[in-house]
Design a binder for this molecule. Structure first.
Ligand SMILES: [Zn+2]
Ligand SMILES: [Zn+2]
Length: 191
């Protein structure tokens, strides 16, 4: 296998493992690993800023939709209590979200996307992503694509499409090489 492709797969699998093991978002496990000169220089996960309540401490995703911890609900949400589907998980009362966009709207206000977290950490380290490759589990949304363009990465490799829209064309128009590399076909164990 071509050397570059083998490393692309390796870092993307690493990003996938980071996301699946460490993301605290109840909806999606996303990670971004920025690699420069063959070294990972930053790792970002999707989630709330450190010290803030984690998404999975408020929400729980089940096959029938999202559930929200009763303690985290507002008065007006609790007024609807009697009409809502409830469940007790590990001694805590959860109520089914009536709005399918409940988590999505909360997330937009409280969770930082993995790419922004990864770029933000670089700023704190006073290093930069110029010419680096960003490995992301999900295709970057418009806002993250703009941030990646601004950070001057030269390549973006992602595994799955993000259903809320992406900025892949935007990045390509800015001269970034964008590569879609689905992970399912990669793992020998999956064959
Ligand atoms: Zn979340
Ligand atoms: Zn994003």
């Amino acid at each position: 296998m071509e050397k570059q492709r083998l490393w692309d797969e390796t870092w993307l699998l690493f990003a996938d493992m980071m996301a699946n093991r460490h993301s605290k978002c109840a909806s999606k496990s996303v990670a971004c690993v920025i690699v420069k000169d063959e070294k990972p220089i930053s790792i970002g996960l999707n989630g709330t800023p450190s010290g803030h309540t984690n998404c999975n401490e408020i929400y729980m995703k089940r096959t029938d939709g999202f559930y929200k911890r009763a303690e985290a609900m507002t008065e007006s949400e609790l007024d609807l209590l009697d009409e809502q589907v409830r469940l007790v998980h590990e001694g805590t009362l959860y109520l089914k979200c009536t709005d399918p966009y409940d988590h999505h709207n909360w997330s937009k206000q409280h969770e930082i996307h993995a790419e922004i977290n990864a770029i933000g950490k670089l700023a704190a380290d006073s290093t930069n992503a110029f010419g680096a490759t960003a490995y992301v589990t999900h295709s970057p949304c418009h806002a993250c694509s703009l941030a990646l363009i601004a950070s001057r990465v030269s390549r973006v490799v992602y595994a799955v499409g993000y259903e809320h829209g992406d900025g892949l064309e935007l990045m390509r128009e800015s001269g970034i090489e964008v590569l879609h590399m689905p992970l399912e076909k990669m793992s020998k164990n999956a064959l």
